[in-house]
Design a protein around this ligand. Structure first.
Ligand code: ADP
Ligand code: MG
Length: 346
């Protein structure tokens, strides 16, 4: 251990986020207007146990990448606490400890944008070995060969440039580079979203192999619920800055509790015709919900404007968490005690 702030027990949570809030002061839409503020992440909690994969899902703009960037300390949140890999991230000053940079790695959507185009793959994967472990020469080369093998690339790929590889191969390089640092947590932000569907599942399967072999944990961020289900043990569903439901991946996808989770599921095509009919009915129900004039306050349920089960209370207060049968919890006024309008409760 190179730092006293890192826990040596390894028994604590891998990631523990509490009340995380990030606001952006946006550009003025016109010179005479005040700059608006966006609450990109609004008081969220997340937990990842060692060796676990938590999927973070939600449509574009829901605050997933902002959450990922806060955990990676690429931005400073406005409030809340982040404990990751034994580090109290919110107590960091301007300088982020090198040991944290090593313990928590990132994989992003576009590997071509995040791999140095002037370097060959072998040097890209070797860089963390030199930085974090001071490895050089034949020892370094052996380790690079081992990492490439671990992500399903051949030894000759070490001499290729990023542009010479396919999208899937490039993402394998990003994963090898992350693994070179021997991290405890990898934050993956839309890691397969730019890939063909057939390649997506190969990369997700690779991540699963890597996890079994190394015991690393993942925060897997994506907008596609089918992909997230395949990749995750547990899922947190995010909408407009809030986590609205969380639980075991299968329960979330088979018995969604939150109307927004239902909406996300209705957007995933199901091969079964009977369930396709159900999906169409759900989509009709959702599109029939008229938007609330003037929108919804930041303290209300973020989904109230689109929700087919909307009640007056939904616009005013964010719901308390209610446990869900089958695991996890939901923040929705349809659940829990006391229901405001009993005939609306299910
Ligand atoms: P997601 O990854 O779920 O698509 P983001 O975290 O990228 O969502 O964005 C959440 C919200 O924050 C969006 O409304 C987005 O426009 C806003 N946002 C993200 N980054 C910035 C930024 N650097 N400056 C201003 N607003 C931002
Ligand atoms: Mg994003």
């Amino acid at each position: 251990m190179t730092t006293t702030t890192q826990s040596t027990t390894g028994t604590g949570p891998l990631l523990r986020v509490r009340n995380l809030t990030v606001t952006f002061t946006g550009n003025r839409s016109a010179p005479w207007r005040r700059p608006g503020t966006t609450v990109a992440v609004n008081d969220i909690d997340l937990d990842v146990a060692p060796g676990e994969t938590l999927g973070l899902v939600g449509e574009s703009g829901s605050g997933k990448s902002t959450t990922a960037r806060a955990i990676l300390r690429l931005l400073r949140p406005d409030g809340g606490t982040i404990e990751a890999a034994g580090f109290q991230v919110d107590s960091f000053g301007r300088r982020v400890p090198a040991a944290y940079r090593r313990a928590v790695q990132a994989v992003f959507q576009d590997p071509l944008g995040s791999l140095d185009p002037t370097k060959v793959i072998g040097d890209i994967v070797a860089e963390p070995l030199a930085i974090h472990f001071g490895l050089r020469g034949p020892e370094r080369d052996r380790r690079v060969a081992g990492l490439l093998d671990q992500v399903g690339l051949a030894a000759h790929h070490a001499r290729r440039y990023p542009y010479e590889l396919s999208g899937g191969q490039r993402q394998r390089v990003s994963i090898a580079r992350a693994l070179a640092a021997e991290p405890r947590l990898i934050v993956l932000d839309e890691p397969v979203s730019a890939l063909d569907v057939s390649v997506q599942s190969q990369v997700v399967n690779l991540l699963e192999d890597v996890r079994e072999r190394t015991g690393v944990g993942y925060l897997f961020v994506a907008h596609d619920l089918a992909v997230v289900r395949h990749a995750s043990d547990r899922i947190a569903v995010m909408y407009r800055g809030r986590v609205v439901e969380e639980g075991p991946a299968d329960r979330i996808c088979e018995q969604p509790a939150h109307p927004y989770t239902e909406a996300l599921l209705a957007a995933v095509p199901d091969p079964d015709p009977a369930r396709q009919r159900l999906q169409r009915a759900r989509r009709r129900e959702l599109s029939a919900a008229a938007p609330v004039p003037g929108g919804v306050s930041a303290s209300g349920c973020p989904f109230a404007a689109r929700c087919p089960h909307r009640m007056p209370v939904c616009a005013d207060s964010f719901p308390e968490w209610t446990p869900v049968t089958g695991g996890g919890r939901v923040a929705c006024h349809l659940y829990g005690e006391p229901p405001t309008t009993p005939e609306d409760a299910r």
